[in-house]
Write a new protein. Structure first.
Length: 283
């Protein structure tokens, strides 16, 4: 069976995008893993699936599958690629679209300067929304905002919890280059306090509006950028009182900018979306 696809990337976070608006998506976990494999397939952090909407108020359905074949709730870099893809393929002429994800509706928009803006929805800091069950973990409050810690290799690592439609833990570090992103990221991802696993961001702050981030994504490992991870890091940093909107974070694949005016309001994510090539693969 041959599968037509488009390879895209947003700040180095790369995707295989499939148009399933006319034919149903029916790939197995094994087939997804093969396509996303960097040695035996196309290579991608995630597979993005464009599906038709059943609602007159929604333009498309948006599904995301990680490298390991598991379906996840949200991907901000993917959302930017999504709106560029449906425009380039002639599936819509709208520059701003409403897209249904597994858990919520988001609104990506093509900007005149070539960047893409995504209304990522309202962040939640309620543990049950991730889900996160912090029973027994050390806890503290910073400016009224709660954090938790996990013991790892002889010390406590404090983190903030945030749902951006998918679960995130953000760890503030002083030296990002030497942070245990892979070991600690994998440890927290699979910690029993996170029943559906969790994405783990490691944030180094430069000043009140700038920082640097690396993200360990569940089911994909460390990626060159993570849009929802940037949103989680920015909003929790604003809540903790050491950053202000707008926040620009340097990812290994490029810069992302986020604006957020406070609790109960949505986060806007700004960044690039690039089409790499179109092709097909025999699976």
């Amino acid at each position: 069976m041959k599968v037509k696809f488009t390879k895209m990337e947003g700040a180095g976070n790369d995707f295989v995008v499939l148009d399933c608006t006319k034919e149903p998506f029916n790939l197995t976990d094994k087939q997804i893993r093969k396509i996303c494999d960097r040695h035996f397939g196309v290579g991608a952090d995630q597979m993005l699936v464009v599906e038709a909407s059943n609602s007159p108020w929604i333009d498309f359905r948006y599904r995301i599958f990680n490298q390991d074949g598991g379906e996840v709730e949200q991907c901000g870099n993917g959302a930017r690629c999504f709106v560029k893809y449906v425009n380039e393929k002639g599936l819509t002429d709208k520059k701003r679209i409403r897209v249904q994800t597994v858990r919520e509706i988001i609104e990506p928009e093509l900007m005149p300067n070539g960047q893409v803006k995504v209304d990522m929805g309202v962040p939640s800091f309620v543990p049950a929304d991730l889900p996160f069950v912090p029973r027994g973990l050390p806890t503290r409050e910073v400016k009224g905002f709660r954090q938790w810690a996990v013991p790892f290799e002889g010390r406590l690592w404090w983190f903030s919890a945030c749902s951006m439609g998918n679960p995130h833990a953000t760890v503030k570090v002083d030296d990002l280059d030497n942070a245990p992103v892979h070991k600690l990221g994998k440890f927290i991802e699979n910690h029993p306090a996170f029943p559906k696993r969790v994405n783990v961001g490691f944030l180094e702050v430069f000043d009140r509006n700038h920082g640097r981030i690396r993200v360990w994504e569940r089911g994909a490992g460390e990626t060159l950028a993570c849009g929802t991870g940037n949103c989680a890091a920015a909003t929790t940093s604003i809540e903790l009182g050491f950053m202000d909107s707008p926040v620009t974070l340097r990812n290994q694949g490029g810069n992302l900018t986020l604006t957020w005016e406070g609790e109960g309001l949505p986060v806007d994510l700004y960044g690039p979306a690039v089409t790499v090539f179109d092709s097909e693969i025999d699976i």
